[in-house]
Design a binder for this molecule. Structure first.
Ligand SMILES: Cc1cc2nc3c(=O)[nH]c(=O)nc-3n(C[C@H](O)[C@H](O)[C@H](O)COP(=O)(O)OP(=O)(O)OC[C@H]3O[C@@H](n4cnc5c(N)ncnc54)[C@H](O)[C@@H]3O)c2cc1C
Length: 370
């Protein structure tokens, strides 16, 4: 295989966005992906472009999520102009539905605190039962209120991935599937990457392998502290539109099907669906919208989130190996414009912008020995 200026390892939403950004900026980039047997959150996620509640423990993450969500409209338009693919980006807002007064109060307090610390202030409305029922007449009798924000939205994650890949190829990038990376090392002034398809040499390497980063990034002294967190999702048959904006764990697609679930479980690398969790997901969804009870479930699946210890992205680069980068992110759909934009430009120019990424360094996990 020929040498490439940049090699991105991992063809999920993060790797595809970075590769697209690099290729569009004129860099020679090759994207290596393991293939169908890999864990791929990009193909099993919910598709939310979500801000509400993001960054509760790290204001810089709240700011990054909000700024990037604001960039999504132009990003979707740019992708469509580049590829002809409409990724179904919509921004009607989103809400947390609350089933008890305590939950409503706790969420309201948490979001107020988060907004106070964030540099980019978000509009957040606390809605009584009557107010949410006016906006979403289908809510059930157990709903006591909701928290609404106009900044949230969604996109079709599969169209997004397809558009990113199509654009990558259009701008001269190369995509190699079935290229599981086994090892990465420095060789002379560049990197040697051994894959199932043979060795590849490059000047810069970007680890975007999702859960695969945990094993790969440390080979160059980079950190990717990620663990799998399983989410299970159900999809119903298509129905007339009743959900004009998303609820954190329920959304209706443009085609009419409803996605719900998004449970959260520590199940190691087991990505099977389980009946008890699917049943609980369905129960909660039916409590919020009783009309869902009569719908047929047409599909269900589970996928593994790429979770860092605090849920905040980890972006790593070291002085010892300056042209290697590791990006480990849970919200890869939401952050796609950032990865394709500022992040790709920083990588092309040879270094992460420390002002931008310092709060996301893995150094935050270093604890002093007692
Ligand atoms: C249930 C669920 C719901 C989610 N909902 C949302 C949401 O609503 N909004 C949002 O923004 N995000 C959501 N996410 C997260 C989102 O899916 C991920 O952040 C996104 O997919 C990007 O992840 P990634 O590209 O880092 O990893 P992945 O998508 O997992 O891709 C990693 C890629 O690396 C490749 N790879 C791994 N190891 C190797 C190797 N050794 N060699 C070569 N290639 C390798 C794999 O083949 C894979 O294609 C959700 C995730 C889950 C699981």
């Amino acid at each position: 295989m020929r040498a490439s200026e940049f090699v991105v390892i991992g063809g999920g939403t993060v790797g595809a966005a970075v590769s697209y950004g690099l290729a569009k900026a004129g860099a020679a980039v090759t994207l290596l992906d393991e293939g169908d047997i890999a864990f791929r959150a990009a193909r099993g996620n919910f598709g939310n472009v979500w801000v509400l509640g993001k960054g509760a423990t790290e204001p810089a993450y709240a700011d990054l999520s909000r700024r990037t969500a604001d960039d999504w409209k132009d990003f979707a338009a740019m992708l469509e102009a580049d590829t002809g693919i409409d990724v179904h980006y919509r921004r009607p807002g989103g809400c947390f539905i609350c089933l008890t007064e305590t939950e409503l109060m706790q969420r309201a307090t948490m979001l107020e605190e988060l907004n106070r610390k964030a540099s980019v202030k978000s509009r957040v409305e606390v809605l009584s039962r009557e107010e949410i029922a006016k906006r979403l007449p289908a809510v059930g009798p157990d709903v006591v209120g909701a928290i609404y924000s106009p900044h949230d939205g969604s996109a079709n994650p599969l169209y997004l991935l397809r558009a990113l890949m199509t654009a990558l190829i259009k701008f001269g990038g190369r995509y190699r599937s079935h290229s599981c990376v086994r090892s990465v090392k420095r060789e002379g002034g560049c990197f040697r990457i051994d894959t199932d398809g043979g060795p590849v040499h490059c000047g810069s390497v970007v680890f975007c392998g999702g859960l695969g980063n945990a094993k790969l990034a440390p080979q160059l002294g980079l950190s990717a502290p990620v663990r799998p967190v399983r989410g299970q999702i159900l999809v119903t048959e298509k129905v007339k539109p009743f959900l004009p904006f998303g609820v954190s764990f329920i959304r209706q697609t443009d085609e009419g099907g409803c996605l719900f679930g998004e449970s959260s479980e520590e199940a190691g690398f087991d990505d099977a669906t389980t009946l008890p969790v699917l049943r609980d997901n369905a129960r909660r969804a039916v409590t919020v919208f009783p009309l869902l009870r009569d719908l047929r479930v047409v599909r269900s699946w589970s996928a593994l989130r790429i979770m860092t210890p605090d849920g905040v992205p980890v972006y790593d680069q070291t002085a010892e190996t300056p042209r290697a980068y590791a990006l480990s992110v849970h919200s890869g759909v939401t952050l796609a414009p950032f990865h394709a934009g500022a992040m790709a430009r920083a990588i092309r120019d040879g270094g992460l912008d420390l002002n931008l990424v310092a709060p996301f360094s893995p150094k935050r996990f270093d604890v002093q020995a007692a």
